[in-house]
Design a protein around this ligand. Structure first.
Ligand code: FAD
Length: 713
């Protein structure tokens, strides 16, 4: 396509799980509407772009993974820019969107690293960096950032064109800087004509004068059919519209949203051509497709660690690795469990798509010849020659929360003004809060959305385009090879998604629910032949290991199932002490927390045993929901960070004087941040320094790899 008339810019992404990639793709797709051409590449495709010679604006979209690491496909780039000399990129004009999660300590670290390097190399920023936080919802920053980007790119393009001749001499004062707030575009895009529902796919802008009528019909059309009963306490009655319950819900909106003109994102261009063919020869693959690289291992033991009346159900499973001599592990390693989607949900989806009868047909996927999608590719996670049933069972994360781009695409396959309008609202800028409340925060999946939006009939190709790859779930090893040769233990909470209107029965987490069903009722296995088999692969974590020198003291913090790796650490320590009883051992501390002493004190006997054997010097346990004992003068600590503060002298002594280690593991929700804050406070109080110095001390601990986290969200 001839595109020389349109100004161009470059979009580069580094993405671990596909979020940054899909945002980058969205920007590239939307570019055309703004009269621009975007050249999209992954950071590791360095044959496709050339920053050394780049004369147009460059937009970086990068996520952060692990403990502040770059995504795999940005690693090389990050390494290479660190080696370049000053002024290397003084010709470059860039904007950067960093994705991260404030539940983790090194928020947006990869984006920050790239930005620092670019600046050091003389590159000029033309638009303020966005730091989007998955912890509170990427949209909060993402939407305004993208909205302002277009004006900023156009500004940068004109400035670069006018400066072209003497651009290389430009100093820092020439920065072209827009902030998302100051750069609200002059033109409102995609304003939707509410009365003309079929027009929503177009980019024509028109503000409806009939919005009220549309929203009134929205109320009466939909509610009785979809939600015959309204949850108690949410209903109110409007004088204007009698007999109609007025509570916003997934399928129903209230003014002002229902009366607003909407900024609906551009329709993601379709790019896949999918056909189903009747074939006797479809290879009936069973289990995950990459089996050659996985290990199929039996579950040899299952143990429920929590009492029946506990809020959470925690299970310990033991895997028998004896048939896999190469499959050994160290304490601190984790491993991936490959689980399928639930049979009943796959079946329901097949029925909903009207494809149940074709479930054994083979799936053929190719690129649409005339697709407008930049860098379109057939998804690599869909193997060749598979059946439709297999595709939905093992390849696509059908439980994932549909992103706004997916909701936008669903609009095109939805009949009926009301349902269509509501989907438009949910993906629009104005409906962001409703999307967060009714879709994202409820972790709604596609099937739940389709159950509510009965007139929506997406084609299979849309699911393949928008549903991410079904990911394995990692679990931390909760045992030591020395203590259990050929065996591996892991511990997990069965995730429970509570019921909501769109999910009346609630549901369990995909993998934890599947594992629970495999071993239920526990304990199950007497006959070895009947042991359930699962597919796993190892994820070594060479950093998160107990110190190899036994004389080095260390502190472990792991509430709930976060204690898992530390059980492995302590089993290892116990075995090493048995083998070498005269070795000098450093102190070991464990800060552990659970809700109730009686109901969910995981590994109680084993932990107390470690104390008796001397493998654990100090066990500090707190119970967040137990009432304090009457005779206690001081309120007992409720959370691990409170216990850490109470023992701050020992903690700082071990870390700062004895050069010990601190390990933190567990569910990311606030815990890692709270522990980090408590550590700062402990250092401040013990060393009598200010916050900045405390932060520097903590940063140094991290740099020296003596403050290590293994956090999952
Ligand atoms: P999914 O179906 O994937 O659902 C989980 C998702 O739903 C999460 O994103 C969560 O934010 C969200 N969610 C959870 N509960 C609710 C709710 N009530 N309402 C709405 N949304 C909700 N887990 C362990 O238990 N033990 C371990 O040792 C362990 N080790 C890990 C090690 C690493 C390196 C990593 C990255 C993760 C680890 N995890 C561990 C987490 C584990 O991998 C899974 O994420 C977890 O078990 C849930 O998987 P699932 O498929 O059952 O849940």
């Amino acid at each position: 396509m001839p595109c020389e008339a349109k100004p161009r810019f470059v979009v580069l992404y580094g993405s671990q799980k596909g979020q940054a990639e899909s945002i980058a793709e969205g920007i590239a797709d939307e570019a055309e509407e703004h009269g621009l051409v975007a050249e999209l590449s992954c950071l590791n495709q360095n044959e496709k772009y050339n920053l050394e010679k780049e004369k147009d604006p460059v937009v970086f979209i990068v996520s952060t993974t692990g403990d502040g690491e770059p995504p795999d496909n940005a690693l090389q780039f990050v390494k290479s820019i660190k080696k370049k000399t000053p002024d290397h990129y003084k010709h470059l004009c860039y904007a950067l969107l960093a994705l991260g999660d404030t539940n983790y300590a090194n928020f947006c670290n990869c984006g920050k690293t790239i930005e620092r390097s670019l600046r050091e190399l003389g590159a000029k920023q033309f638009y303020a960096t966005g730091y989007a936080d998955d912890g509170v919802g990427l949209e909060v920053v993402l939407d305004p950032w993208i909205e302002g980007l277009w004006k900023a790119i156009n500004g940068a393009l004109s400035k670069m064109a006018s400066d072209r001749t003497d651009y290389s001499n430009a100093g820092a004062g020439d920065l072209i800087m827009e902030t998302p707030d100051s750069s609200i575009p002059d033109v409102q895009l995609n304003l939707l004509r509410i009365t003309d529902q079929k027009d929503c796919g177009s980019t024509g802008a028109s503000v409806s004068k009939c919005a009220t009528a549309a929203s009134a019909s929205a109320v009466s059309d939909l509610r009785p059919a979809v939600f015959p009963s309204q949850p108690l306490g949410t209903a109110s009655v409007s004088a204007a519209v009698p007999h109609v319950t007025l509570a916003a819900s997934l399928t129903h909106s209230l003014p002002p949203l229902s009366e607003s003109s909407l900024n609906v994102p551009a329709l993601p261009p379709p790019y896949l051509d999918v056909t189903l063919k009747e074939a006797d020869t479809v290879q009936q693959i069973v289990g995950p497709s990459n089996k050659e690289t996985l290990h199929e291992v039996p579950i040899s033991r299952a143990l429920q660690l929590t009492r029946g009346d506990s809020v959470k159900t925690s299970l310990l499973l033991e895997l028998d690795l004896s048939a896999h001599p190469n499959l050994t592990y160290q304490p601190g390693d984790s491993f991936d469990v490959f689980c399928p989607n639930k049979d009943s949900e796959v079946e329901e989806m097949l029925h909903r798509l009207g494809l149940y009868e074709q479930r054994n047909h083979s799936v053929h996927i190719s690129l649409l010849k005339d697709t407008k999608k930049k860098g379109a590719q057939v998804p690599a996670h869909v193997p060749l020659n598979i059946s439709l049933l297999y595709l939905l069972t093992w390849c696509l994360e059908i439980r994932s929360v549909p992103k706004k781009a997916f909701v936008r695409a669903l609009v095109e396959h939805t009949e009926g003004g009301v349902q269509r309008r509501r989907l438009q609202e949910l993906c629009s800028k104005q409906g962001s809060a409703d999307y967060n409340l009714h879709v994202r925060d409820q972790s709604l999946c596609l099937m739940e959305l389709l159950s509510a939006f009965t007139s929506c009939s997406p084609p299979l190709s849309l699911l393949i385009e928008h549903l991410p790859k079904l990911q394995p779930r990692p679990y931390s090893a909760a045992s030591s090879w020395l203590r259990y040769p050929g065996r591996l233990h892991f511990v997990f909470n069965v995730v429970e998604f509570p019921a909501c209107i769109a999910r009346p029965a609630g549901r369990r987490g995909l993998c934890t629910g599947w594992l629970f069903d495999l071993v239920h009722p526990v304990p199950v296995f007497q006959e070895k032949a009947a042991w359930p088999q699962i597919h796993v692969s190892l994820r070594p974590n060479s950093l998160f290991r107990p110190p190899s020198d036994q004389s080095v003291p260390f502190i472990m913090i792991g509430p709930g199932t976060g204690v898992a790796p530390f059980i492995g650490f302590l089993q290892q320590r116990e075995m090493e002490r048995k083998e070498n009883p005269d070795a000098m051992c450093g102190e070991t501390w464990l800060f552990f927390g659970c809700r109730h002493r009686d109901r969910d004190y995981l590994f109680r006997e084993e932990l107390e045993g470690f104390v008796s054997s001397g493998a654990l010097s100090h066990l500090k346990v707190c119970f967040s929901r137990d009432d304090p004992e009457e005779e206690e003068e001081e309120a007992p600590p409720r959370y691990v960070q409170h216990n850490l503060l109470r023992n701050r002298k020992h903690v700082t002594d071990i870390l700062l004087k004895q050069k010990g280690f601190l390990y933190v593991c567990g569910d990311a929700k606030n815990m890692a941040k709270d522990v980090n804050d408590a550590l700062l406070e402990a250092i401040r109080a013990e060393l009598q320094v200010d916050q900045l110095d405390a932060m520097k001390t903590v940063a140094l601990l991290r740099e020296e790899k003596r403050y290590l986290q293994d956090i999952w969200g």
